[in-house]
Write a protein that binds this ligand. Sequence first.
Ligand code: NAD
Ligand code: UDP
Length: 335
Amino acid sequence: MILITGGTGFIGSHTALLLLENGYEIVIVDNFVNSSREVLKRLERLIGASIPFVELDLRDEEALEQLFMTYNIDSVIHFAGLKAVGESVEKPLYYYENNIGSTLVLCKVMEKFGVMKLVFSSSATVYGAPELVPIVENTPLHSTNPYGRTKLMVEEILKDLYISNPNWSIALLRYFNPIGAHESGEIGENPNGTPNNLMPYITQVAIGKRKELYIFGNDYPTMDGTGVRDYIHVTDLAYGHVKALEKLNKSTGIDAYNLGTGKGYSVLEVVKTFEHVTGVSIPYKFVKRRPGDIAECYADPSKANKELKWEAKKTLEDMCQDSWRWQKKNPEGFC
Ligand code: NAD
Ligand code: UDP
């Protein structure tokens, strides 16, 4: 059975669904700090069965031990974490305590119960402002904010863990920019308050919740001056976890993998594609650069293509279509 931490969150819920569809047994844990109970209901409706779920904070060691005693867990996908860069600058201790503290407790309990297969949600943010794109996994790591440093530190902790005991089998999955939603429109990204990320902001403009999109900078050294990112459909990303698990089941070790499409799109390209696919126009205004942003970030995903036998298949058009379907069906998110 696979333990999915943070399984009612955006990426966790899509991965949980895909695992269930592929016949895996799972148990989800979450404390709902950034998700809704409604996600579980939607997942159960989509799959037509009840899903084992335990509400707990991962830092609660006793509750986690109880969970490992109750369920026959053989591997863990660890999504749980806080992810807002701006908030991490304001509340660094909260971020370090939650993201690192929960991982320490999780690993301790895993070790105690002899569970040594772990997929960890890392991020392209561990590359900081890379000198070269596309980004390969052995690019020097560096982080510019507390959120990113929690990812970097957890990666280091997991490397030490493997050195201490080579029976561990760990995949560090460095996600690029996940967008899109399940094609049913039943689950998707549900940001609290004003979205920080581009796609949820665009869909909220499209549905009339926000007046216009503010594009952060049009003077970057990119094709049209706006920032370039590697957007990846959340379903493709979810599939990367299934492939990573297959690899962990075959060999021990610790490896990092970029999960991206390998193609960068500018903010203006995303806006134009969204307009083209949906027929809805997105008014926008250029404003100054967002502090900490980099010009270009896109993956070289060839290591994951080769070693995990995984590649992203969905197009930017698919991502826009599915993000829009989710937004239209759920104008107020999960409620
Ligand atoms: P999300 O906030 O939707 O999901 C994270 C889930 O973890 C939430 O449901 C939250 O309630 C839960 N959680 C947080 N702390 C917890 C704790 N102490 N105990 C139990 N549950 C806890 O985020 P997401 O977009 O699905 O991201 C999943 C993971 O991927 C995160 O670790 C995130 O940092 C990482 N990541 C996300 C992105 C992205 O753009 N979405 C990019 C790179 C990496
Ligand atoms: N962006 C923007 N307006 C917004 C949100 C984002 O212009 O309201 C830009 C941002 O500057 C970056 C790209 O869109 O170039 C992707 O931003 P996002 O926050 O989604 O991802 P990240 O910057 O974390 O990779």
